[in-house]
Design a binder for this molecule. Sequence first.
Ligand code: AKG
Length: 287
Amino acid sequence: MSIDEEHVTTLEDLKSDLAGRYRWTPSGGSSVDPAVVDADMAALDRDGYVIWPNLLSADECAEIREVVRPWLGHTGRNTFEGRRTQRIYSVLSRTRACDRLVDHPRVLAVLDRLLMPNYLLSALQAINILPGEAAQLAHHDDGFYPIPRPREPLAAATIWAIDDFTADNGATVVLPGSHRWGQGRPGPDDPAVPVVMPAGSCVFFVGTLWHGGGANTTSRGRLAVTAQYCQPWLRPMEAYTLSISKDIARAVSDDIRRMLGYSIHPPFVGAVDGLHPLRLLDIPPEG
Ligand SMILES: O=C(O)CCC(=O)C(=O)O
């Protein structure tokens, strides 16, 4: 329904796309075979996570390693960030090298089913777990939204292995099935599994899944890039509407632009002076 064509007569109408010029368009996830997405959704429903091997080539991983290396200067400010872990925040404002991870069709296809239209990017960070780092405190990524469990996930995350993830170099540790838990916390007897996967692979998990970075007992770092996403009616972790320049917003893909906040959660969430935020960028509407 377009506001030009129809009147809003019911509350249901307020949930539809009311934009006049910048209408909602399907994401790049629509290119993925629905049977493949069905299988991913079944794995997420059962385990809370799914592993996709080898989505990036060795050259793509090498490029990301090369690009982020100069920024890997400091270690974490507390044990959650990791005293022996290097984190790069706001990766999106620094480089375009990780964009293909953020808007990978396989990721978007699952997000299209899991979250509401116009879901947002919540964070894009690089995490390098150094030798000697201890296991991170187990947590679930939508835990800072104060809505009691059990519940549907309010967010989802990907962790991309840029180096091989092994059982002893800090591979993310997940607790299968813990996305269904109520208010309980993991104990020593709960089965925890390291996500062992070759460089270029990705683990996708729902925001309710308990997990943490693993201990690194090897002599080499473990580099990963993590992208997190949230419902369009929640406040993202990284404030992209404040930190991303208009030039970068113009340079990224339509899907990333939408996920940065250049989108409307109907009827009006995200509007700028009553108008669609895309008007700020002077990008012609599609179609
Ligand atoms: O680096 C990892 O494997 C997980 C990190 C994580 O879950 C976090 O910092 O929230």
